[in-house]
Design a binder for this molecule. Structure first.
Ligand SMILES: [Mn+2]
Length: 260
């Protein structure tokens, strides 16, 4: 892929400079990183966001959740309750994006043969949070069909409606919000859903190729990661206890987080 990289380098040309980026005047945006079943941290972070927003009551508030709400942590049920409620109340003030783990949950509802793989990547904890006990080991397809049916029965209609409402990306001012990232070298309208939910290194290491900055989750880091073309907000909440939100106002950026 050397030809591709060198071409991107020519297109980019601004490897270290920060692109001038801002959100529209009069708005404050909070973009929340990967929650992964940590309803406790989400509640704490939302309180901190509420306190921060109260300092500037005239600004129009926008919340953007960057996906991966479920799996791994023990309270996926609780997380979908909170976010679904915000989405129903919030109108255009609340944007919830789709992560690869929401895709996996919806995939399991459609096709129970995906159960063992999903369970192994954190879906087991999601099922348990809804009171459904998955088979030991991989189990057989009949067992997983039974689990799918049991899960579909207990999953609240509001949770399912929320999961089906998730967007792939959002733009505000000079920022693009997406769960995993974008395929380097491609304009936004030619991006593929699979890349937006799954891409890692090719995006993370890419030079600048568009005039916007991508705000994303998906790849956990000990600290939020600010690069010329992207800002990574996933601080591995389910394992670290640190859930992070990026705050944007005018051309200013800062971070709000749980934990120390
Ligand atoms: Mn992810």
């Amino acid at each position: 892929m050397d030809w591709f990289r060198s071409r991107l380098g020519r297109l980019g040309g601004r490897k270290t400079e920060r692109i001038p980026t801002s959100v529209p005047p009069g708005e404050v945006v909070y973009a929340i990183g990967d929650i992964h079943g940590r309803a406790d941290l989400l509640r704490t972070l939302l309180k901190r966001i509420e306190a921060d927003a109260a300092k500037a009551p005239d600004l129009k508030l926008r919340l953007i959740a960057l996906g991966d709400y479920v799996d791994r942590g023990s309270e996926s049920n609780g997380v979908l309750d909170i976010l679904g409620g915000l989405a129903r109340q919030g109108g255009d003030a609340m944007t919830a994006l789709k992560g690869n783990h929401e895709e996996a949950l919806l995939g399991f509802l459609a096709d129970p043969s995906t159960g063992p793989a999903w369970a192994e990547h954190g879906g087991r904890e999601t099922l348990v949070s809804y009171g459904v006990t998955p088979p030991r080991g991989t189990g057989d397809i009949e067992a997983w069909t039974g689990i799918r049916d049991a899960f579909a029965k207990v999953l609240p209609a509001e949770h399912l409606a929320f999961l089906k409402s998730l967007q792939l990306f959002a733009t505000v001012g000079d920022y693009i919000f997406v769960h995993a990232g974008l395929r380097p070298g491609m304009p936004l309208d030619q991006q593929d859903e699979r890349d937006m939910l799954w891409i890692r290194q090719e995006f993370l290491d890419a030079p600048v190729w568009i005039d916007q900055v991508v705000v994303h989750g998906h790849t956990p880091r000990p600290e939020p990661e600010e690069r010329p073309h992207r800002i990574g907000v996933d601080t591995g909440a389910y394992a670290t206890g640190v859930l992070t939100a990026l705050r944007l106002e005018g051309d200013q950026r800062s971070f709000i987080r749980t934990g120390a």
